[in-house]
Design a protein around this ligand. Structure first.
Ligand code: ATP
Ligand code: MG
Length: 393
């Protein structure tokens, strides 16, 4: 079956009035972005309070649907057959042919649902329903009408052209990216942080990201892996401005001056501070990490509190109550898993202590950090000044 358009269904709760067109405009923008690299020429537009993708000419159906399935805000994707209006008799034939081709197994119940945007059409919606229903029953005697729970809901929309559709492919839900401000994701090469970014972006939040590396302790390849992960997340979240921060000197300095069991916590506090600097500079409204309670020593309630204490922006931790298994499941679904498990060293793994504190005391941590007072401001400034920005799309 050749489909000429897709009708896009989206959740409508809370999008009345002005919000509605902001929501729709963001949806259209994200759909265009998602279709940019798909084979074919696509026209994404709003019409009669609905959003459509018209794909005249040849296009890659599978790839188109796959791309649309990554656009947050879409609840359903309906492939549409568009017919030129050549009179009702012709429509009857076309509808019978449509059912014939779409449903090889005719042992099904159905219902016809007509809508007229063009009110001058010579038949009412009721008449269209009855007459087309009759044609289907005559052509395929195995089929039955069920107006309450039909297997097939055949939608017939009379506009300038006539639109037929009966399938709904589920979309990802959520809200279009760009309808809820932006946030800074602390992106490492692990499994968790890409998933965390995906989850917040699903609620309409645009993403920026910061990655800390420690050359030569971490390799160029480890950085490439993070860029690859950002690319995979951007298939859902749209373009991501990635900040790559050289953290080596800060890490070495902390290593030299602070108790080794506190290294991870102190390091993470500086990561948060620096990421927050870039977040505020770009007007982000929050930060995002992939932390989950108790996963590792630096993610106990006490450790999270100690890390949190350096930030003034809210820190969103969408995985906070998730087990690793549940996080892995999402990472497989969004296709970041295989990249995340590539074995490249993370800057944290090199400087980890054998016995990190699991219940850090904030006052003690702050006291240890006083050992850094001589040079740390300068090193932080230097890390900020030498940031590398990568626009990931
Ligand atoms: P992940 O799978 O996300 O790497 P993890 O289980 O390895 O998580 P940690 O290394 O303790 O956990 O990191 C917790 C969170 O801190 C990460 O989810 C990420 O948001 C942030 N983070 C850790 N390392 C880095 C880094 N090198 N650059 C940027 N953010 C980082
Ligand atoms: Mg990590």
């Amino acid at each position: 079956m050749k489909f000429h358009s897709f009708l896009i269904k989206y959740g409508e709760i809370g999008i009345k009035g002005k919000n509605r067109y902001l929501f729709e405009d963001a949806l259209v923008r994200q759909m265009r972005f998602a279709l940019k690299d798909v084979d074919g020429s696509f026209y994404v537009h709003k019409s009669y309070g609905r959003v459509y993708v018209d794909c005249d000419g040849d296009y890659d159906y599978e790839e188109t649907v796959e791309s649309l399935k990554r656009v947050f805000g879409i609840v359903g994707i309906c492939p549409v057959v568009r017919l030129e209006d050549r009179g009702f008799e012709q429509l009857k034939k076309d509808v019978a042919a449509y059912i014939g081709e779409m449903y090889p197994d005719k042992n099904k119940t159905f219902k016809v649902e007509a809508r007229r945007s063009r009110k001058s059409y010579p038949k009412t919606s009721m008449e269209i329903n009855c007459d087309l229903g009759e044609v289907i029953l005559e052509t395929y005697p195995e089929m039955k009408v069920d107006v309450h729970h039909p297997d097939i809901r055949l939608n017939v929309e009379v506009r300038e052209e006539i639109y037929l559709y009966s399938e709904i492919i589920p979309g990802p839900g959520g809200m279009p990216v760009g309808t809820n401000g932006s946030a800074m994701l602390l992106l490492s090469g692990g499994i968790d942080s890409p998933v965390a970014g995906y989850m917040v972006s699903k609620r309409g939040v645009e993403l920026e990201a910061t990655y800390f590396h420690a050359p030569p302790y971490t390799s160029e390849r480890a950085k490439e892996k993070v860029v690859d992960l950002a690319k995979l997340v951007s298939k859902y979240a749209g373009p991501i401005k990635l900040h790559v921060v050289n953290f080596t000197d800060i890490q070495l300095y902390i290593y030299e001056k602070c108790p080794h069991e506190e290294l991870t916590i102190i390091m993470r506090r500086y990561m948060m501070k620096i990421a927050e600097h870039f977040a505020k500079k770009d007007g982000c409204l929050g930060m995002i990490t992939g932390e989950s309670i108790g996963q590792v020593a630096s993610q106990t309630m006490q450790s999270l509190a100690a890390t949190n204490a350096v930030c003034t922006l809210p820190v969103y931790r969408p995985l906070i109550g998730f087990d690793k298994r549940e996080i892995v499941e999402i990472s497989e679904k969004i296709d970041t898993y295989e990249t995340s498990i590539q074995p490249f060293e993370d800057c944290c793994t090199i400087f980890v202590a054998k016995h990190p504190v699991t219940k850090p005391n904030l006052e003690r941590i702050e006291k240890s950090e006083l050992n850094l007072s001589e040079k740390i401001d300068e090193l932080v400034q230097q890390a900020i000044d030498t940031v590398e920005i990568i626009k990931v799309k």
